[in-house]
Design a protein around this ligand. Structure first.
Ligand SMILES: [Zn+2]
Length: 223
């Protein structure tokens, strides 16, 4: 079994090893560092990588794959709600403690659900961003909703905030932490002590929320 799935070189200063929720191992490394230095780092952390990968694979078993048939459960703000088929509705999703939609093949239901999540994410996240921007005098240029998987948000140097629609599957305190995190990047484009201080002002118990997300993000990263 190979230890690493992908090595990505970029303009960064250090080597970092990431084990994704799907068990894939990615090494990020500076552009000019010799291959041997990367290999040495991989060797040094080999046991850690194997243990993390095993954990990711075990967690995957806790998350049943969706079939997009009636009875499937989908997270919205940390709670699971069932998919319910109802003939008398337009070809859309109506949410009322369940995802109601007329019966259709799974691929169609999936499309409807994704469209609903996107639309709802845009509304919810934009409102939260605007509230934080006003409270902490932060200036952003745009809020964009994307399909990223296993990346919970990003902030460009031009001040555009990007969030995946899957983010609204997470419990609201986690959603709030991610938004605070990305908006703190409007002041600090790094993860320095000053950056975390800024996050702490907007979200005082961010340490627990960050840890919770690290332990549970696999629940929200599928479909
Ligand atoms: Zn960050």
């Amino acid at each position: 079994m190979k230890t690493v799935d992908k090595i990505i070189r970029s303009r960064r200063r250090s080597i970092v090893i990431q084990v994704k929720d799907d068990g894939k191992v990615i090494v990020r490394a500076p552009l000019r560092i010799p291959d041997q230095a990367i290999q040495d780092t991989i060797d040094k952390y080999r046991n850690w990588i194997i243990a993390k990968r095993k954990l990711a694979e075990e967690r995957k078993k806790d998350v049943p794959a969706e079939t997009f048939n009636k009875g499937d459960l989908f997270y919205f703000l940390g709670e699971k709600y069932p998919l319910v088929f109802r003939e008398d509705l337009p070809a859309d999703i109506v949410f009322d403690k369940a995802f109601y939609t007329p019966p259709a093949p799974p691929a169609f239901v999936k499309k409807r659900l994704e469209a609903w999540f996107r639309k709802t994410a845009r509304k919810l996240i934009t409102a939260k961003v605007n509230a934080l921007a006003a409270a902490f005098e932060l200036k952003h240029s745009a809020v964009k909703i994307n399909s990223a998987n296993q990346r919970w948000g990003s902030c460009t140097c031009k001040g555009a905030l990007n969030f995946p629609w899957r983010l609204i599957m997470c419990p609201e305190p986690i959603l709030d932490y991610i938004i605070a995190h990305e908006m703190a990047h409007l002041k600090q484009m790094n993860h320095s002590a000053r950056f975390w201080h800024t996050v702490g002002i907007m979200c005082p118990d961010y340490v627990q929320r960050k840890k919770w997300l690290a332990d549970n993000s696999h629940l929200f990263s599928h479909f």
